[in-house]
Design a binder for this molecule. Sequence first.
Ligand code: NDP
Length: 298
Amino acid sequence: DHKATIIDGKAIAQIIRSEIASEVQDLSKKCGKVPGLAVVIVGNRKDSQSYVSMKRKACAEVGIKSFDLDLPEDVSQDEVISKVHELNANPEVHGILVQLPLPKHINEEKVLTEISIDKDVDGFHPLNIGKLAMKGRDPLFLPCTPKGCLELLSRSGVSIKGKKAVVVGRSNIVGLPVALLLLKEDATVTIVHSRTPDPEHIIREADIIIAAAGQPMMIKGSWIKPGAAVIDVGTNAVDDSSRKSGYRLVGDVDFHEGCKVAGCITPVPGGVGPLTVAMLLKNTLDGAKRVISQTTDD
Ligand code: NDP
């Protein structure tokens, strides 16, 4: 019985975080400067609060200074934008992250566009996404989850050039940017979405599958080409009465079946999730290094 290699995202993220911690230390020894990340949260959504506290804790662990902005649910759009402008102007802040989703009365696009592109550590500014889409242009930052997917592939020894890759999902934050990134790395890329007929036949052609549909265990073992690399971004809560919480997390891929067919596969949880946070720290460090090297060049 074939058994896929399970890609241990938690362990890979831990290695990356210790690499970052030692670079942060070097930077502060050489230049006396510490990378800074501003994490802005509006309102009190439970899920957003837990993501934000995870990100702030991860900063502290590697020595990145975090600037915490907790704004009330009823804050005005103008006020959020003026906070972003303050952070743009603050030389101690090298990265700005606005936790999404924002409350309904605030236009997300308007807010994200105000973030200075050289502090856009989430990589969601339209200019950074545009540069990602264009040949021969380099965005200042890559979005964290897509970048994490590619990091998992490269650290698992999976090459991308010339491979057939299928991305399931086309959202602005995962599906689309991961497809653009695979294209930049010379894969032949197909995007499957909710209007795609016969997704299983298209997915079965793929050497590399990136699943980001948010549909619990949609991809069955029979949809996977034997030996394919499977990166499962999906994080879906399903009812489970045997758990104290009443639910458990599953991916977009049927993991049990996938293990019998794939060459390598990420688990959920413990696959892509830890990489998303690690890439945020990496982007913040890289942003800080860029600014610091510019000021020492002068
Ligand atoms: P969205 O809901 O914004 O997008 C889902 C995409 O999947 C859409 O493009 C949609 O198509 C497509 N889709 C939905 N149903 C199907 C289907 N049956 N067949 C094919 N395509 C389908 O989700 P996100 O991109 O924000 O997130 C996707 C998943 O990844 C979620 O489970 C989320 O929790 C998880 N996630 C995990 C992260 C991590 O760090 N591990 C980070 C971010 C997200 P259409 O465009 O036609 O509607």
